[in-house]
Design a protein around this ligand. Sequence first.
Ligand code: KIV
Ligand code: ZN
Length: 390
Amino acid sequence: MSQNKKIFIFDTTLRDGEQVPGCKLNASEKIELAVALENLGVDIIEAGFPVSSPGDFESVQNISKVIKNATVCGLTRAVKKDIEVAGEALKGAKRPRIHTGIGVSDLHITTKFNTTREEILNRAVEAVKYARSFVDDVEFYGEDAGRADLEFLARVVEAVINAGATVVNIPDTTGYCLPHQYGEKIAYLINNVPNVDKAILSCHCHNDLGLATANSIAGVINGARQIECTINGLGERAGNTSLEEVVMIIKQHESLGLYTDIKAEQLNPISRLVADTMRMPVQPNKAIVGSNAFAHSSGIHQDGFLKNAENYEIIRPEQVGADSSKIVLTARSGRSALAHRFQKLGYNFNRNDIDTLYQAFLQVADIKKEVGDGDLKELAAKFYPEVAIA
Ligand code: KIV
Ligand code: ZN
């Protein structure tokens, strides 16, 4: 039997992702995405922030009724009213979770809450206890844990676990940490919080420095067992950890000894669904789900790829539900890519023909960004009008 450890995938596309300006979803769109996320295999769906608006309350309520296997989670501040409203919204859920928390960095404690560490500790414990009076599964987040004092953070983690937290989220809210720092933070908590084995530690990393994925992976390498992430990396400011990236890193690097229950072949379809529904296009060079993720355009790469795809691809597109790999013809392409494309179009040119066509191709490619099949057919007709398509 596999000794690999399971990493729980906590999807927050419908909460942190939906906070992105322009990504607001209506009730039926939220349900459609929640069902798609459940089919993808996520373990926890953060459905919204119920106290924030009547619409979000209703969405969490509707999603709670529809979702059968995944845990449905509602966000709250460490405020009684928030927790009561979340408890109410989650009533119909098979597996409800309340996600409550408060800022734990000195910056948040003094300039956001104008209070003391001791007061924050008390409020954290009270919030968790109160949330436990509504549901059995309570996750606590220590906001801005990435910049919090480590010893104080460890005290908070110990106290909230004693108060009944089942999961403790260590957010790098501002995306500030370096991967080794975030990993060391998790390792410190694992090694210094006496009751840490009674809860799961969770990574929630933002992407302000482009390190969200690296930080989350550093977290699980050091003992965290849950990653909070979103489809296409959507989230506040520069976004969250991208679900498709962490899932494929864990899959491709078996030596990590970790696994998730995500059905990888659904990653591209759900990425497109989220991009369309949230009206937020995916950048072409985005790992795993960008339109160029399996496109090869330089001559050196194309030649190597055509000899053996593994020379330039570590993932086959079908593994992640993407369209097949593409050979894009540009002014940087070489003869082998050109010959390959002509062959696909049904022409049978020899080496000398390709040499002639290649010079003409470069002239077209210098004018156009990408040379298409129509351009190639025109070239073939111009230089070899007698050659019939095989
Ligand atoms: O980034 C953050 O700290 C959050 C919390 C609410 C979990 O989104
Ligand atoms: Zn966040």
